[in-house]
Design a protein around this ligand. Structure first.
Ligand code: PEP
Ligand code: MG
Length: 576
């Protein structure tokens, strides 16, 4: 009998294929004592496994740096390599083999349990989450020791793909899927913002996570359908259901190829208003995707990805090269580069190791930059130097106070004066903007409007801070609601105030790239959207069907509502 299991949709699309269960290697570990004369062999076995895993990770690193996967993933591979080299992990396990004569797998699992317990007691959520990396590294080692390093099956001949089913998958595992004709994946745990989900999206593999005990419900080779758009898997579907999903899948493919035809069409609404569709990027490696979507510019360059996951900081020249590469690739189009937004869930190795009671409310984004003026000045100099090559604009994240932007502007003046003295070129009229991500800023726009040339609404953080929901905490993910009336009022108010003062306003949070909110944002008066480049053409298609004259009064009525169900219904009805 067919049945369905519901989870969280994290990567869109439909996959039909046969289950390949990935065993939970850590549950299969035998415990035994090694004879004293075999201790040396056991240690050699452990060392060999470490070398193999190191090799695997270095291989994965090569894939990530060749631009085929998310740069964040490269950072995580680095982190796992570092853990592998950490004496707390392998050396401690070696000692257990030597002193207690444990077999290598058992020693590793004991040490893992010990470390996980230590991580659990850490207050900093970012560091606490790193226990997952410890488990993943040990799991890799154990798989190698057990002689089944999680090999994926060869390509099937029946035209169907393989659906990987696992308790959890590391981003590194996910990258490995590319070469194995993996059609989709499903896991017991995970959330939409997990790094594994991010990689799945960038590889365009349909995925559903958070399915709890799905591994126990499925058998190897069983036929399943993964609907990554709705977050459902259909187990043992009959012929009719398979046919229906095949049809939906080919419709989706046709839709996607039709979308490419919109590449060179401007995003103009039915009543003639042209909307700017810009891209969010994390570095020059995202430029091919920006080009293929023909974005109207870069609305958000998250420069912190240059800084995180490494032991040294990028110097002025390294930063300058990265910023210049992006600016030069976008001739005559605006490139909005955000000053580094570290802290919270994006910590710097070593530098940001202070234990914070609540990192989301602590020293992050502009607060961190101002606390490290030397490091900030280096970035500002690099940005200004790159501004000589195109339409670069500088954007400051997470503003809440007027003095924050005053201090930033003073530092920019200082950087300019230095460059003038050194006879280095830069754009004298470079535009400075700020992100509206904190309710306090959205409610006191005047002081920012007087000081800045443009605003960009970071809805991801604006929602987090308005609703007091840690966006990286899976336990409260169900409360993260972009349609909460308070959130809508703050977004609409910012857009309207910007328009009144003639200051350009954009939205660069996830809402801008989500089809569910396109009409709503248009109706609020938004004319500048910035999103993952992969979403641009879809959003453009929706804009081409929209009529602003009709939307604006409807959205005004929605903004007066305060009953969530009614708001949701009314927003759904806006979609043409
Ligand atoms: C946001 O908060 O909406 C945003 C775009 O910034 P980030 O997601 O990088 O915090
Ligand atoms: Mg933000």
């Amino acid at each position: 009998m067919p049945f369905t299991v519901h989870g969280l949709p994290v990567s869109q699309g439909i996959a039909i294929g046969h289950v390949h269960l990935i065993s939970h290697a850590l549950l299969e570990v035998n415990h035994y004592h090694v004879a004293p004369r075999h201790i040396e062999d056991e240690l050699a076995r452990l060392d060999e496994a470490v070398a193999t895993v190191q090799g695997e990770l270095v291989g994965l690193k090569a894939v990530t740096t060749s631009g085929q996967a998310h740069s964040e993933v490269g950072a995580f591979v680095d982190l796992q390599l570092m853990m592998l080299a950490d004496p707390m992990l392998v050396d401690a396990a070696r000692q257990l083999v030597e002193s207690r004569r444990c077999n290598a797998e058992w020693a590793l699992v004991q040490q893992m349990e010990h470390l996980v317990e230590q991580f659990r007691q850490i207050e900093d959520p970012y560091l606490r989450e790193r226990q997952a990396d410890v488990v993943q590294v040990i799991e890799r080692l154990v798989k190698v020791l057990l002689g089944h390093p999680g090999h994926l099956p060869p390509k099937r001949r029946d035209g169907l793909g393989t659906i990987v089913v696992a308790h959890d998958l590391s981003p590194a595992d996910t990258i490995g899927f590319r070469d194995h004709n993996i059609a989709g994946f499903v896991t017991d745990v995970g959330g939409p913002t997990s790094h594994t989900a991010i990689v799945a999206r960038s590889l365009k593999i349909p995925a559903v996570v958070g399915l709890h005990h799905v591994r126990d419900l499925l058998e190897d080779d069983e036929l399943v359908i993964v609907d990554g758009t709705r977050g459902v898997i259909i187990v043992a579907p009959g012929d009719e259901i398979i046919e229906e999903y095949r049809l939906r899948r080919s419709e989706l493919e046709i839709e996607r190829s039709k979308l490419n035809r919109l590449r060179d069409t401007r995003a103009t609404t039915l009543d003639g208003e042209t909307i700017n569709l810009m891209a969010n990027i994390e570095g020059p490696k995202d430029l091919p995707a920006v080009k293929s979507a023909n974005a109207d510019g870069i609305g958000l360059y998250r420069t912190e990805f240059l800084f995180i996951g490494r032991d040294n900081l990028p110097d002025e020249d390294e930063q300058y090269e990265a910023y210049r590469a992006v600016v030069k690739a976008m001739p005559s189009k605006p490139v909005t580069i955000r000053t580094f937004d570290v802290g919270n869930d994006k910590a710097l190795n070593g530098v940001h190791s202070r234990m914070e009671p609540n990192p989301a409310l602590g020293l992050r984004a502009v607060r961190y930059s101002l606390s490290e003026p030397k490091m900030f000045l280096t970035q500002l100099r690099a940005l200004l130097r790159a501004s000589a090559h195109g339409k670069l604009q500088i954007m400051v994240p997470m503003l809440a106070h007027a003095q924050e932007i005053d201090q930033c502007l003073a530092l920019i003046e200082k950087a300019k004066a230095e460059l003038r003295a050194e006879k280095l070129k830069f754009d004298e009229s470079v535009q400075i903007g700020g992100m509206i991500e904190v309710p306090a800023a959205a409610l006191s726009l005047g002081m920012f409007i007087r000081r800045l040339a443009f605003l960009s609404i970071g809805t991801n953080d604006l929602i987090q801070y308005t609703l007091a929901i840690d966006r990286s905490d899976e336990a409260v993910v169900h409360l993260y609601d972009p349609l909460h009336p308070a959130v809508l009022k703050l977004i609409a108010g910012t857009i309207a105030t910007g328009a009144r003062y003639g200051l350009p306003v954009s939205v660069c949070g996830e809402m801008a790239g989500d089809l569910a909110y396109t009409e709503l944002l248009l109706g609020m008066g938004l004319r500048n959207f910035s999103m993952h480049p992969g979403n641009i053409l879809e959003i453009k298609q929706q804009i081409l069907r929209a009529d602003l004259g009709e939307l604006a009064p409807k959205v005004q009525r929605i903004l007066k509502m305060d009953e969530p169900a009614r708001i949701r219904e009314a927003v759904e009805r806006l979609v043409a």
